[in-house]
Ligand binder design. Sequence first.
Ligand SMILES: [Zn+2]
Length: 189
Amino acid sequence: MGKAERCGIWMLTVLMDNKKILKTNETMEAAGYGEAELIQMPRFSIHKMYIQLRGVFSKVTWRRLVCNNKGSPKWIFMLRLAIHAKLLTKAKLLKWGVVQDAECSFCNTTKESVAHLMFECNISAGVWKRLLVIWQGVTRQTLNWQGEVLWASTHHKRKTPDAVYRMTMASAVYHIWQEQNARLFKQKQ
Ligand SMILES: [Zn+2]
């Protein structure tokens, strides 16, 4: 390798290193760290810097219901869809022209929405109430969907009973939705 080539490689290396240093400076500034501050800092925390870069955002109330749920993954997937109101209920299918009416697949008297199926509908509410009492010894009135999600999210301190409640809720949502699908698409009564 000639002198000119070696000099070229050396220049390229310096330029690349400078680019990395500049990029690092930009990242540090984005996290709120100035050069002078960094020099005087006795200890540096990567975790704190990560939080600074990520920013602060409010945690969703239902995270404990979904994240700490020991139920089957398919139950939890369905529970997530229900929480986000993404289940394709008849009210939604009617808008797409897939079904002829939006009446609930169970009671046939009210518009079918996630909130109605979980657990405002008399039939699903009856199932949920029995699950609460028989499996968990919970004797309170059944709540509406938002209320149940909130209750599950705030009752998480008693390890075993609350874990059972979260699993039961995921299971109930899954099986109610399976039954709704069977009635709607397989004409089951
Ligand atoms: Zn109904």
